[in-house]
Ligand binder design. Structure first.
Ligand SMILES: Nc1nc(=O)c2c([nH]1)NC[C@@H]1CN(c3ccc(C(=O)N[C@@H](CCC(=O)O)C(=O)O)cc3)CN21
Ligand SMILES: O=c1ccn([C@H]2C[C@H](O)[C@@H](COP(=O)(O)O)O2)c(=O)[nH]1
Length: 283
């Protein structure tokens, strides 16, 4: 929590204003942030200086791991975060590749689970990584990347947290996640949870201990219409202790994640937070 608040304060104190053509809203911006999460000691990085909706963040991650490509699929598992980008984003609505209501196109999990090879076959990046890790193999390339510049025009948004590198050291699994662009008031609240859960979950299904998750962000920003709430409300509050996360121990395989796991297989205990803050969302 401390590192989150320090990043917010750094943006407020040192950020530079950057125009953003896609959304039409300026952002106060800093470059480079390194966050880390102590998964080994179950310090769940949930924001406490406002109410955090962690189940939606976990559902979004489950959708990525399943290769979902429609906002309806995300809604069905308890996550509304893709509605606006699929259905209210002018550039995407006018893109001839959009297949209709709720289509997100070839984003995130579509790349992670079905990267198109030149010969027309597809590559399941996630299955390869899970298989290797299960067999104790780290080939120094246990990477799942959603970032496919050749197909950006086939999706509603370029992936933000785009690449996940798993590393095995003895019997402990580590994760390094890379993010190109970060909406600190809204997106980061979700992304922190997702880094933590991704490591905890993959460690569980591959039979390893979880170590630390390292989260590397290039462009970290606060939209102009979010600044006042962040500076004058959220940053004035004192954080509470981090809660703990329990994951259903019956989750044992990638197939479990694909078939029956829901957001209710994840429970947080010891969460105390300040009042909710509703930040504006820029499409
Ligand atoms: N401008 C922008 N910021 C983002 O963080 C973002 C995008 N666009 N586009 C793609 C995804 C969608 N994400 C989102 C979208 C909405 C919320 C959001 O509204 N969160 C609220 C309530 C969540 C709920 O009730 O489930 C919050 O208070 O955290 C969070 C992340 C993250 N990404
Ligand atoms: O997981 C996510 C997804 C998106 N975001 C934010 C970061 C930016 O504010 C927008 C994406 O806009 P671009 O113009 O494509 O950079 O969404 C996030 O923080 N986390």
């Amino acid at each position: 929590m401390k590192q989150y608040l320090e990043l917010c304060q750094r943006i407020v104190d040192e950020g530079q204003w950057v125009e953003n053509k896609r959304t039409g809203t300026r952002c106060l911006t800093v470059i480079n942030a390194d966050l880390e999460y102590d998964v080994a000691n179950n310090k769940f990085p949930m924001i406490t200086t406002r109410k955090s909706y962690y189940k939606a963040a976990i559902a979004e991650l489950l959708g990525y791991l399943r290769g979902y490509d429609s906002a309806e699929q995300f809604r069905d598992i308890g996550c509304k975060t893709w509605d606006a980008n699929a259905n209210d984003n002018g550039a995407w609505l006018n893109n001839p590749n959009r297949k209709g209501e709720d289509d997100m196109g070839r984003v995130y999990g579509v790349q992670g689970r079905g990267w198109q090879r030149p010969d027309g076959s597809t590559l399941d990046q996630l299955a390869k990584v899970i298989n290797n890790l299960k067999n104790g193999i780290d080939d120094r390339g246990e990477i799942v990347t959603f970032y496919n510049p050749g197909e950006f025009e086939l999706g509603c948004l370029r992936p933000c947290m785009h690449t996940h590198t798993f590393s095995l050291l003895g019997d402990t699994l580590y994760l390094t996640s890379y993010q190109r662009s970060c909406d600190v008031p809204l997106g980061l609240n979700f992304n922190q949870i997702q880094c933590f859960v991704l490591l905890a979950l993959v460690a569980q299904i591959t039979g390893h201990k979880a170590g630390k998750a390292y989260h590397k962000i290039a462009n970290a920003h606060i939209y102009e219409n979010q600044l006042e709430l962040m500076r004058d409300v959220q940053l004035k509050r004192e954080p509470f202790e981090s809660p703990k996360l329990a994951i259903n121990p019956k989750i044992k395989t990638l197939e479990d994640i694909e078939t029956w796991v829901t957001r209710d297989d994840f429970e947080v205990t010891g969460y105390q937070s300040h009042e909710p803050i509703q930040y504006p969302f820029s499409v």
